[in-house]
Design a protein around this ligand. Structure first.
Ligand code: OGA
Ligand code: MN
Length: 297
């Protein structure tokens, strides 16, 4: 055990499981845990570590299966049914909770969502009234290069926010446009946005309080067509640009390079994520679950 690992596993809540930080910004790897065989006591420790680190990585999950992914995910909370993909399809027979994220096309049919392109920084489904608490992603087939998933620490981004910017967002809300997904595809039935003040989408506070940790975090959702409610559009655009320029600094994020058998779980209440593009001829297949959330406050 390195001294860093020791200092983390000694550090109170994570006691009893071994953790290794993956970056200074966010995230920890949980060592020696088989997610297919987690009991209540172990889950409590995992959950405490997750509250501390916002994102957990579990490697070499040889016993992982759709069943195991769903049953571990149920410990985290109530599962969402997988939303239909860009073609309006659902994916895994017998597991309506599992969404496939993949670029692979077999016999003319896309196995999953998001293709091979970049996905921008976002929080999952920020545009609905009760955005999901968490998502879990299991790497089944991963490309040699590219397709890394980045995570950004929204507690830290808020803590460091210059005082003048903080004063400008105190008590304010963002309207979160629901017309496109994180890969930029226009959702079924959605129309191209021409006026950010009137396009449909949920309104949430820019500073939210995490319901478990009690810590405040910045909640930006995603940049495209966002609008700070009550401001003239020009002022809203300028304020959002300033907030994003501050937030997208390297010191707040970490990118995960996938190996087959990795499982990541992230907390949408304190982390944003994105994905690098990858070679479209490479195969990337991930199975994913999503935990229902509550209205951000
Ligand atoms: C997601 C997502 C990123 C990835 O599943 O919500 O944004 O790396 N995926 O595929
Ligand atoms: Mn996402």
């Amino acid at each position: 055990m390195t001294s860093l690992e020791q200092s983390i596993s000694r550090g109170g809540q994570g006691d009893g499981i071994r953790l290794r930080p993956v970056s200074d910004a966010i995230g920890a790897e949980v060592l020696d845990v088989d997610l297919a065989a987690v009991d209540d006591a172990l889950f409590d420790k995992i959950h405490a570590a997750w509250m501390d680190h916002c994102v957990l990585l579990f490697r070499n999950q040889e016993n992982m299966s759709d069943e195991a992914l769903v049953s571990f995910s149920r410990r985290v909370g109530t599962l969402d049914q997988a939303p239909p993909n860009e073609n309006g399809k659902r994916f895994v027979d017998g597991f309506p909770e599992i969404l496939v994220i993949s670029n692979v096309v077999e016999n003319g049919v896309a196995l999953g969502s998001l293709g091979a392109g970049e996905s921008v920084w976002h929080t999952d489904m920020n545009y609905i009234e009760e955005p999901p608490t968490a998502s879990l992603l299991w790497g089944m087939e991963v490309p040699e290069t590219g397709g890394n998933t980045g995570f950004l620490n929204m507690y830290k981004a808020l803590e460091d926010l210059p005082a003048d910017l903080r004063a400008r967002i105190e008590g304010r809300q963002i309207k979160h446009d629901n017309s496109t997904n994180s890969a930029g595809y226009l959702r079924e039935g959605a129309v191209e946005v021409t006026d950010v003040t009137t396009c449909p989408g949920a309104v949430h506070p820019i500073i939210r309080t995490h319901p478990v940790t009690g810590r405040q975090a910045l909640y930006l959702g995603r940049r495209r067509n966002a609008y700070v409610v009550g401001l003239p559009v020009e002022e809203s655009e300028e304020l959002l640009d300033a907030l994003w320029a501050h937030t997208e600094q390297e010191k707040y994020y970490w990118h995960h390079k996938w190996q087959v058998g990795d499982v990541l779980m992230w907390d949408n209440r304190c982390a944003m994520h994105r994905r690098d593009p990858f070679d479209a001829s490479a195969r990337r297949i991930m199975h994913r679950t999503q935990i229902k959330g509550t209205k951000p406050v």
